[in-house]
Design a protein around this ligand. Structure first.
Ligand code: HEC
Length: 184
């Protein structure tokens, strides 16, 4: 497992590096764009791959880097715990296969999972994706439902781990959020 900083300060850099080699950029929303195409475009510029696809130099979507099938990196949030960006392909067992598009849009925009847990700031929904319009959040959800399902279980979140976080991680603002329950 690599460890990467979940500093919100790092997010703009993540986003700037988000334009992967296989991501398409259809440009602005126009009448001819389907929701799936719009969603693909939004995912390509919103940093989703930086966290939800394993890192590497191979093209996104190759066998080494299946599209959005979960990370190999841990994000440590001081006081909250350790989070591995999960598989967000439509696999029923290990991804979002059992979620509706409305539920996916709620997770992206409001940090709300179907089980009621609010996602930690390791997933930057509050500073970033809460600004999506509902239509765009649903377009992202439609795209996520359209991509190949990949069976890949990422580790569940772990509780607070205050022992060895380097000082720079302490720049992540603390939130009054409960730690994740056992078993996600
Ligand atoms: C900075 C890293 C990061 C970025 C960028 C990011 N995510 Fe996440 N995402 C996470 C982490 C970590 C979690 C799990 C957080 C938790 O369990 O509290 C998560 C959770 C999710 C979930 C809920 C899945 C589940 O099983 O609970 C969805 C859906 C999701 N992200 C979609 C997206 C989309 C779509 C984008 C781009 C628009 C995106 N994420 C960008 C890190 C990230």
């Amino acid at each position: 497992m690599f460890r990467i900083a979940a500093s919100l300060l790092a997010v703009p850099a993540l986003i700037l590096s988000a334009c992967g080699p296989t991501t398409s950029s259809e440009g602005q929303s126009d009448a001819s764009q389907t929701p799936v195409e719009r969603g693909q475009y939004l995912v390509s510029i919103s940093g989703c791959h930086d966290c939800h696809t394993v890192r590497g130099t191979e093209p996104i979507g190759s066998a080494a880097r299946p599209n959005l099938a979960g990370s190999d990196s841990e994000l440590h949030i001081k006081g909250l715990g350790v989070f591995v960006p999960p598989n967000i392909t439509p696999d029923r067992e290990t991804g979002l296969g059992g979620w509706t598009e409305e539920q996916i849009a709620d997770a992206i925009q409001k940090g709300l999972r179907p089980d009621g847990r609010i996602l930690s700031p390791a997933m930057p929904w509050e500073p970033l994706y809460s600004h999506f319009t509902r239509e765009d959040a649903l377009a992202v959800a439609a795209y996520l439902k359209s991509i190949p399902a990949v069976h890949n279980r990422t580790p569940d979140p772990r509780g607070p781990d205050d022992t060895d976080d380097p000082a720079f991680l302490k720049t992540v603002p603390r939130r009054d959020l409960p730690p994740p329950p056992d078993g996600k």
